[in-house]
Design a binder for this molecule. Structure first.
Ligand SMILES: Nc1ncnc2c1ncn2[C@@H]1O[C@H](COP(=O)(O)OP(=O)(O)OP(=O)(O)O)[C@@H](O)[C@H]1O
Length: 553
């Protein structure tokens, strides 16, 4: 009773404590470390709760067993020798048991049929539902699944832990069975040698002692094996706070007092090469890239898909560090600066930015977290980012939460029988839908909010406008250019026009290398990679009919 009352409260305290610990541990991870497959960062607060429960169970079981052993060894008909015989079998099981839990291990399958089976199975999850329906491929998936299962044949598909613990030799089992008969041997011999001391009742009692000891010991060994796991879980939870980040912080303040704070960032890449951790591609994402961007320039990076444009931005914002070569910022290697200082002077707008499950106001205001509640600043930024109309659309305005975290779930609800419960669930699950373009406007507004810190020296814009209508895109680029005037601005784009004509320099990337570099005029005249990309887009307009606006007659 006491345990039932106290345990849930303790569990929730432990879970809250470790959730807080893990939140801080995980938020401080950099990109390469966060995407590393090490298990430490994947620990959950639930592991702590489970570890605590396991430790309680094991200590209670140990106490119970101690009392049991004491009691049996004190019995006239049993005694110490009987007790030893009764525990030999569980001890043998413990010694011979093969378990993976307590060993550091890596488990994987390289069986192509097994992997295909699992891939096909994953296609039945809701993540792929619309693709499967739209592509009408359910029949194909089922047929392929059966084919993969046939190909797998008799290969064991049991999980790796069960396979590891399977017995390799029958000897252990034979010895185990023999040892299990020792208590019987004891009372049979005792009954023969001292028949006057034995009755049917005492034999039944001894049998009872022996099997209950056996059971208690087996349970204790199981609990103790779990204790090892629990201790490892807790160790992992504590180590999570000490995981070494791969991006090392510098100690030089940025901007340096000697530089003009109001000016843009001066950037130079010298022979920079970089491959993403674990990337399987034959060529690195960037190979021997060199260029200079003087402070205050407007730079446009163009190039085919996968040519390395976004990677340049990721290195400039130190999401990753180059494998070789140097990136100089205002004349010093970028690694020398304090990360927090550097990031305060950078504003980025990329497709990797997402909406947070917070209010619209916070989604914009977090561009300048010290002013996250400043509604005037938020509304002005929303206007710059083209999201003012969107805020007006909702009854709760900036207080609207578009995609709140859902904690609602229904279980075994029948469409007909549980209509009212289904109604409640549908209402709880419903999120406010906005279009892709509207999301991009909100994220762009966050970038404008960031500009309001007054500290920005570098603006990096990476193709954020794919879902914007042409007017929206034009207005966004115009406002970004105006806002970032005098700062260094780098735009990554596939579209030629709005920006390329203003660019001080265009960097044209091809297969991870700088193919060309110059102004729009120079590059068109040289007739290289840039000219060929430009002509593909220009032709679409020169070959099509020019539509005249209708005039009233
Ligand atoms: N996180 C990642 N892990 C592994 N490889 C990556 C990762 N991101 C990009 N790459 C690879 O690095 C190369 C360069 O990618 P990058 O995103 O810089 O190209 P991009 O020119 O910006 O392409 P796009 O025009 O399609 O956005 C590509 O081959 C890509 O597959």
């Amino acid at each position: 009773m006491f345990r039932e009352y106290i345990s849930p409260q303790l569990d929730s305290l432990i879970q809250l404590h470790f959730e807080d610990h893990l939140l801080r541990a995980q938020l401080r991870l950099d990109m390469p470390t966060a995407t590393d497959s090490g298990a430490k960062s994947r620990a959950t607060a639930y592991d702590a709760e489970r570890a605590f429960d396991t430790l309680c169970e094991a200590s209670m079981r140990l106490f119970g067993l101690g009392s049991q052993l004491l009691f049996i060894s004190q019995q006239r008909s049993a005694g110490a020798l009987f007790t030893v015989m009764a525990i030999i079998r569980p001890l043998l099981t413990l010694v011979n048991e093969r378990t993976l839990w307590l060993k550091p291990h890596v488990a994987y399958s390289d069986n192509a049929s097994y992997l295909r089976l699992r891939s096909l199975q994953s296609l039945s999850t809701s993540y792929y539902r619309s693709d499967v329906i739209a592509g009408d491929i359910a029949g194909w998936i089922t047929a392929e699944y059966h084919r993969a299962r046939d190909a797998l044949g008799s290969v064991a598909s049991k999980d790796v832990w069960s396979q590891y613990s399977m017995e390799r030799t029958p000897m252990n089992k034979i010895f185990g069975e023999w040892a299990g008969e020792l208590p019987t041997l004891y009372w049979a011999l005792s009954a023969m040698l001292r028949p006057e001391k034995f009755s049917m009742t005492s034999i039944a009692i001894l049998q009872q002692y022996s099997s209950s000891l056996n059971y208690s010991l087996q349970m204790l060994f199981w609990d103790l094996s779990q204790v090892g796991r629990a201790v490892t879980d807790i160790k992992i939870l504590y180590e999570a706070a000490n995981i070494k980040n791969q991006i090392i912080d510098g100690d030089v303040a940025y901007p340096r007092p000697s530089t003009d704070v109001s000016k843009g960032m001066d950037i130079e890449l010298r022979n920079v090469s970089f491959a993403y951790p674990g990337d399987k591609a034959k060529e690195s994402a960037l190979q021997d890239v060199s260029f200079r961007i003087p402070a205050g320039s407007l730079v446009v990076i163009v190039g085919a898909n996968g040519s390395g444009k976004s990677t340049i931005i990721k290195l400039l914002t130190r999401l990753y560090d180059a494998d070789s070569g140097t990136i100089l910022v205002d004349g010093l290697p970028i690694q020398d600066y304090r990360l927090a200082d550097l990031r305060q002077t950078q504003a980025t707008l990329t497709q990797d930015h997402h909406l947070y499950p917070l209010t619209l106001g916070e989604n914009i205001g977090l561009g300048y977290s010290e002013h996250v509640d400043d509604l005037d600043m938020i509304m002005a930024s929303a206007k710059d980012g083209g999201a003012a109309g969107l805020l007006d659309k909702f009854k709760e305005g900036a207080q609207t939460t578009l995609e709140p975290i859902s904690t609602a779930f229904g279980y075994q609800l029948d469409d007909d029988k549980h209509k009212s419960l289904k109604g409640i669930l549908t209402k709880l699950e419903k999120t406010t839908e906005v279009s892709g373009g509207e999301k991009q406007r909100l994220v762009a507004s966050r970038t404008f909010m960031r500009f309001r810190t007054g500290k920005i020296k570098l603006l990096c814009v990476d193709e954020p406008s794919s879902a914007l209508d042409p007017r929206g895109e034009f207005e966004l680029f115009e406002r970004l250019r105006e806002t970032g005037d005098g700062k260094t601005m780098i735009f990554v784009t596939h579209r030629f026009g709005h920006l390329t004509k203003y660019a001080d320099v265009i960097i044209c990337m091809k297969e991870g290398k700088v193919a060309e570099l110059g102004t729009h005029k120079d590059l068109v005249a040289s007739g290289g990679e840039y000219a060929s990309l430009y002509n593909v887009q220009a032709q679409a307009f020169t070959e099509s009919e020019v539509v005249q606006p209708a005039t009233e007659t």
